[in-house]
Write a protein that binds this ligand. Structure first.
Ligand SMILES: Nc1nc2c(ncn2[C@@H]2O[C@H](COP(=O)(O)OP(=O)(O)OP(=O)(O)O)[C@@H](O)[C@H]2O)c(=O)[nH]1
Ligand SMILES: [Mg+2]
Length: 423
């Protein structure tokens, strides 16, 4: 047994190589950023990225996404280093999957082929907790898989880790397609039943003002929800920590309202997921006020704002009263900024705290606007949360008095206990 020494018996972490193309529409810098995000997505689902391949093309190759020679390089690397999977940054068409699968078969080694959507679907599947979210993810998985049912995607091993595995021969394909179609029909019916139930529940809920936290994934929505609603919400430095939406009733200045934490958005969010998460996203669609949370410490936060705005527009929620909440200002690089207010006191110390100086600086930038309103905060450090509350309160009050014109008369004699976290 001596020769086995040094080998770990624990299950090793799965490994991946990433593949992306730089095109006329996507420059090299963007490709690098997308790849970094793809590696983060992979690590969120427990997969270690070993290497990335990129190719410059006018547009992705119709047949095999990258050119044939490049694909051979990738496959050779995967064989040499015994990598488990290849992850493509863009969605592959069913025929690209077939062609890539064919090239892989020629080399005789088993390897999984995933694209961005499938990776995101897998993460959603791992994270969904409620019956509704689980059903939504499963529906999206089947809809994704159906047109791609080739030998590789087959045998409906939809369990975690099973997606992308090589399946049995052509014979089972027809059966698989039939099973998939039946399952899709069943899941749709199940979702409709859940929808009817939640619709009835919602109808019976008070007609309170509804505020929704929206934003790119990992920007700090759940952390902010925790601070604002004192709710025990799961927050983590991973993508898509939240897949189910959480609603809390909060009361400020005697006015109750509903605060919702929602699933994070991401660039190239699979359309199938948007569709099947329709009812979860109804929380956003039915919201009166949106708090669009932005991670100002992220190098691409401006593009992330656009992605989120684009998805909101698609959902028909693009023109709701919105507050742009720039979060994580504690991570804003202080050294790089020029402070007009950075006067020193007699002891040679700054008169303003670091957070105050950063806030002051940010308020002089073009991000400070009134359309939509902006607030700069750190949810983690509870900085400027009072200002955020005041800004949100203005909008809540407007809406609240529209719904309950007699609220003041009915309630001004009652004592209110304000629940709010002081800074
Ligand atoms: N430094 C710093 N980190 C923060 C702040 N707010 C949140 N974070 C961290 O950012 C990470 C993501 O936070 P979440 O609250 O899970 O983000 P989310 O937007 O809910 O993410 P998803 O649910 O995945 O879309 C966590 O590690 C938080 O601790 C902040 O103000 N400053
Ligand atoms: Mg979250």
């Amino acid at each position: 047994m001596g020769e086995e020494k040094g080998y770990s018996t624990a299950k090793e972490q799965e490994t991946a190589v990433l593949v992306a193309v730089t095109t006329q529409k996507q420059n090299a810098e963007q490709t690098a950023e997308y790849l970094a995000e793809l590696a983060f997505l992979a690590s969120t689902s427990g997969v270690l990225t070993l290497h990335s391949f990129t190719q410059n093309l006018p547009k992705p190759d119709n047949r095999t996404y990258v050119g044939k020679g490049k694909l051979e390089d990738v496959i050779r690397y995967v064989i040499d280093k015994d990598v488990d999977m290849i992850i493509f940054d863009d969605d592959l068409t069913p025929s690209q999957v077939r062609n890539i699968e064919y090239e892989i078969q020629l080399c005789g080694k088993e390897m999984k082929v995933l694209d961005r959507s499938l990776l995101i679907l897998n993460i959603f599947a791992q994270r969904a907790k409620t019956v509704q979210a689980k059903t939504q993810v499963e529906l999206a998985q089947y809809q994704y898989m159906l047109p791609r049912l080739t030998r590789m995607w087959s045998h409906l091993s939809k369990q975690r880790g099973g997606v992308g595995m090589r399946g049995p021969g052509e014979k089972e394909l027809e059966t698989d397609r039939r099973i998939a179609n039946d399952r899709i029909a069943f899941l749709k019916e199940k979702l409709e039943a859940i929808d009817r139930q939640t619709f009835t529940q919602r109808k019976h809920r008070d007609r309170l003002v509804r505020v929704s936290l929206v934003g790119y994934t990992n920007v700090g929505k759940s952390t902010l929800m925790q601070k604002l609603a004192k709710a025990d919400v799961f927050a983590e430095n991973k993508l898509f920590a939240t897949v189910d939406s959480t609603v809390r009733k909060v009361s400020w200045e005697g006015i109750p309202f509903l605060l919702t934490d929602t699933v994070g958005f991401i660039r190239k969010l699979p359309t199938l997921l948007i569709e099947s998460f329709k009812s979860t996203l109804d929380e956003v669609r039915e919201a009166d006020i949106l708090l669009h949370v932005v991670d100002i410490s992220h190098p691409n936060f401006e593009e992330q704002i656009e992605v989120v705005q684009g998805i909101l527009n698609e959902m028909g929620a693009g023109d709701k009263p919105t507050i742009l909440v720039f979060n994580k200002i504690d991570l804003f690089p202080v050294e790089d900024v020029f402070f007009e207010g950075s006067a020193l006191n007699e002891d040679g110390e700054f008169e303003l705290s670091k957070m105050e100086r950063v806030t002051q600086f940010l308020k002089q930038t073009h991000w400070q606007t009134n359309q939509p309103k902006t607030v700069f905060i750190s949810a983690a450090q509870k900085s400027n949360l009072n200002e955020l509350r005041d800004t949100v309160m203005q909008l809540i009050k407007e809406k609240h008095y529209q719904i309950f014109p007699n609220w003041m008369n009915d309630n001004h004699l009652l004592g209110h206990s304000d629940e709010y976290v002081p800074e």
